[in-house]
Design a protein around this ligand. Structure first.
Ligand code: NAD
Ligand code: TYD
Length: 349
C-alpha cells in the first residue's frame, strides 16, 4: 500500500491509528484522512502529525455518504488501501436518534465499497473496523468468537452488523479483497469525553457526580487503543483475504469496579481539596434501554495466526489514560464545546 485512505481519522481510534502508523509502524506510504468532522471528530487530535509529516499526511473534510466526492478522492490520490473507521459510535446517541447511524454506518460503508468495487482492476485492499457489540450480549460465562452468531441489540450495533454483512458480501460476490476486525471497548488518549472512561475521569477531576447505569454490574472487555492499533496494522499486512479477526483486551471488568478504580487513582494522584474520597461521588442512574450485560472476546485466532496479544494490562492502561487527561487540560477544555454540553445536559438531567 502506498496511498492509504483512512476514514474517520480525526476520531478517537482513527487518530491514534494514524499517529501509530506514521510514528511507530513500518508503513512508508501516504495517509489520506477523510473525515466529516462531526461532534466526535477533532483535527486537533492530529495537529502534531500534520506539522511533522506534511508530505505523508493529507486531511480532507468530506462525508463518506457523498458518493461523487468519495470517487474523486479515490482517483485523485490513487487509493490502494482503505482502513474504514468512520462511524457514528455512541450507543446512547443511537437510542435517542438513530438516523445518522443508518446513514453513516450503513450507507456510508456501502459507498466506500462501491467506490472500491468500481475500481476492482486496481487491487484496493479494504479493512473494515467493527465491534464486538454485533454479537449481542453474553451471560456470565463464555466468549465471542469469529463464528458467534450476530444478535445486535442497539441501533448502533445493528448498523455496524449491517455494514459487516455488506463488506463480507462484497468479498463473496465481487471478490473485493477485504478483512474485518471486531474489537472490544477501547480506551486511551483522545477519547471523546461522553464515553464511560473519559467521562468518569473528567467528572472525577472536577469533583462532579459519577453516573453509573443500573447497578454497575455490566461487564466490558477493555482494550488499550495502542494495542488495538498494532492489531489492525498486523491484520492489514498479514491477515487472510476475506477473514474476520476478533481483537480483545484481556481486560474484563464490571463498570462499578472500573469506576472505583479510576476514583482511587485520582484520589492518589490528584486528591480533592477537602480530601473526600471520589467513590462518594458515584451516582447510580437510570439504566440504558436494552443494556447488554457482558462482552468478552476470544482473540485466539489472531494470537495463533498473527502472533498478536494485548501488551497493556487494564491497571497500567487506566493509569496512563488518567495521566494523559490530567496533562492535557487544554485539549479537554476545547473539546467540551457547545455540542458536548448539550448532550450532557439532556442525557443526564
Ligand atoms: P469516534 O466517534 O471517536 O470517531 C468517529 C469519527 O468518524 C469522527 O472523527 C467523525 O467525525 C467521523 N465521521 C462520522 N461520520 C462520518 C461521515 N459520514 N463521513 C466521514 N467521517 C465521519 O469513534 P471511535 O471510537 O474512534 O470508533 C472508530 C471505529 O471503531 C468505529 O467504526 C466504531 O464503530 C469502532 N469501534 C469503536 C470502539 C470503541 O470502544 N471506541 C469499540 C469497537 C469498535
Ligand atoms: P460506553 O463507553 O458508552 O461504551 P459501550 O456502550 O459501547 O460499551 O459504555 C461503557 C459501559 O459503561 C456500558 O456498560 C454503559 C456504561 N456507562 C455508564 O454506566 N455510565 C455512563 O455515563 C456511560 C456513558 C456509560
Amino acid at each position: 500500500m502506498k496511498n492509504m485512505l483512512i476514514t474517520g481519522g480525526c476520531g478517537f481510534i482513527g487518530s491514534n491509528f494514524i499517529r501509530y502508523l506514521l510514528k511507530e509502524s513500518d508503513y512508508t506510504g501516504r495517509i489520506i484522512n477523510l473525515d466529516k468532522l462531526t461532534y466526535a471528530g477533532n483535527p486537533e487530535n492530529l495537529a502534531d502529525v500534520q506539522k511533522e509529516y506534511p508530505k505523508r499526511y493529507i486531511f480532507i473534510q468530506a462525508d463518506i455518504c457523498d458518493e461523487p466526492r468519495v470517487g474523486e478522492i479515490f482517483d485523485s490520490y490513487r487509493i490502494d488501501g482503505i482502513c474504514h473507521f468512520a462511524a457514528e459510535s455512541h450507543v446512547d446517541r443511537s437510542i435517542v436518534k438513530p438516523d445518522a447511524f443508518i446513514q453513516t454506518n450503513i450507507v456510508g460503508t456501502f459507498n466506500l465499497l462501491e467506490a472500491a468495487r468500481s475500481r476492482l482492476g486496481q487491487t484496493i485492499r479494504f479493512h473494515h473496523i467493527s465491534t464486538d457489540e454485533v454479537y449481542g450480549s453474553l451471560g456470565k460465562d463464555g466468549y465471542f468468537t469469529e463464528t458467534t452468531s450476530y444478535q445486535p441489540n442497539s441501533p448502533y450495533s445493528a448498523s455496524k452488523a449491517s455494514s459487516d454483512h455488506l463488506v463480507r458480501a462484497y468479498h463473496k460476490t465481487y471478490g473485493l479483497p477485504v478483512t474485518i476486525s471486531n474489537c472490544s471497548n477501547n480506551y486511551g488518549p483522545y477519547q471523546f469525553p461522553e464515553k464511560l472512561i473519559p467521562l468518569i475521569v473528567l467528572n472525577g477531576m472536577e469533583g462532579k457526580s459519577l453516573p453509573v447505569y443500573g447497578d454497575g454490574q455490566n461487564v466490558r472487555d477493555w482494550l488499550y487503543v495502542k494495542d488495538h492499533c498494532v492489531a489492525v496494522w498486523m491484520i492489514m499486512k498479514h491477515g487472510k483475504n476475506g477473514e474476520t479477526y476478533n481483537i480483545g483486551g484481556d481486560g474484563e471488568m464490571a463498570n462499578l469496579k472500573l469506576v472505583e478504580m479510576i476514583c482511587d487513582i485520582l484520589d492518589e494522584t490528584n486528591p480533592l481539596s477537602d480530601r473526600r474520597s471520589r467513590r462518594d461521588l458515584i451516582e447510580f442512574v437510570k439504566d440504558r434501554p436494552g443494556h447488554d450485560l457482558r462482552y468478552a472476546i476470544d482473540y485466539s485466532k489472531l494470537k495463533q495466526d498473527l502472533k498478536w496479544h494485548p501488551e497493556v494490562t487494564l491497571e497500567t492502561g487506566i493509569r496512563e489514560t488518567v495521566n494523559w487527561y490530567l496533562q492535557n487540560r487544554s485539549w479537554i477544555d476545547r473539546v467540551k464545546s457547545g455540542e458536548y454540553q448539550t448532550w450532557i445536559k439532556t442525557h443526564y438531567c
